[in-house]
Design a protein around this ligand. Structure first.
Ligand code: HSE
Length: 307
């Protein structure tokens, strides 16, 4: 096989109480990429459609992730990458993660799968590091593995694929403003009070338990972020209104998607997720803010080959 076309999905990181460690994968939104094996060593980004992003390999998240993967292997081949971006950079739904994960997934396939999807996380993370200046795998993990994922450790990359309750649906509203991850990380305090940490890890552990036991009421009680959301939400227009209407419309929980500005809600059933979308749209419609919304089943497959 010389060429592969793939779909690299958008993802929601943090999921309220799981800053930098929890994430899940979306279904309807994602980038397409074509990866081509060549006889010339090295990685070349030959085309980017839909976004103004660097073609220089070392400045592009897909390029950096691909180079990290190739540096670990003894191969005479090189690779060309075409990226068709549907996920906007700085949207909070894992734009850089989709490109990074897509690049390493595609190359791995063309080389006969020397690595498992889980093992590819360590290379995809290098792209995330370039994009945000920090090491975190909470977007690339669900992009590669699908479903919900938990990053126990970033250093020797220990990621756990969690179960996905079948009735869970996500609603996403993406105001068309760019919020760079590096900027929304810079507002975060470096120290947190012990009492807040206790609340947060109680919620995170309970959320994981709720996912294993399909306990929607427990999932709902646990989707609370007492540490990051209070600091970041002022960066997002009408955040509190959007969250309020989502919860009133029946969402189990709602919060900032990744580093924002997108906001996510999780609901039990598609009908409720659609109601949440309708109510969220009503908040933005009278304002002069352009936005997109999506309702998505949790994508349990992750990145996939389309040709
Ligand atoms: N966990 C990261 C953050 C995700 O919130 O900064 C970035 O999308």
């Amino acid at each position: 096989m010389k060429e592969i076309k793939l779909f690299a999905p958008a993802t929601v990181a943090n999921v309220s109480c799981g800053f930098d460690v929890l994430g899940f994968c979306l279904e309807p939104i994602g980038d397409e990429m074509i990866i081509r094996k060549t006889d010339h060593p090295g990685v070349r980004i030959t085309k980017i459609v839909g976004q103004d992003l660097p073609l220089v390999t070392k400045e592009n998240v897909a390029g950096v992730a691909a180079e990290a993967l190739l540096a670990s292997l003894d191969t005479p081949y090189g690779f060309e990458i075409e990226i068709y971006k549907n996920i906007k950079a700085g949207s909070g739904i894992g734009s850089s993660a989709a490109s990074s994960a897509g690049a390493v997934f595609g190359i791995n396939e063309l080389l006969g799968r020397p690595y498992t999807r889980k093992e590819l996380i360590q290379f995809a993370m290098k792209g995330e590091e370039l994009a945000s200046g920090a090491i975190h795998a909470d977007n690339v993990s669900p992009a590669l593995l699908g479903g919900f994922t938990l990053v126990r450790c970033n250093k020797e990359v220990d990621v756990i694929a969690l179960p996905t309750p079948s009735e869970l649906y996500a609603t996403i509203i993406h105001p068309q403003i760019e919020l760079r991850t590096a900027d929304s990380r810079s507002v975060l305090k470096k120290n947190i009070p012990l009492s807040k940490a206790i609340e947060q890890w109680g919620n995170l552990a309970a959320l994981v338990s709720g996912l294993y036991t399909n306990d929607y009421a427990l999932i709902s009680r646990s989707l609370v972020d007492v540490i990051i959301e209070p600091e970041r939400s002022p960066l997002i227009p009408f955040f509190n209104d959007l969250k309020d209407v989502a919860l009133k419309a029946g969402a189990l929980g709602s919060g900032i998607s990744g580093s924002g500005p997108s906001i996510y809600a999780l609901s039990r059933g598609e009908e409720t997720a659609e109601k949440v979308r309708e109510q969220m749209e009503k908040v933005f419609q009278p304002m002069n803010i352009k936005f997109n919304t999506y309702v998505s089943k949790i994508n349990t497959e992750g990145i996939k080959i389309i040709e």
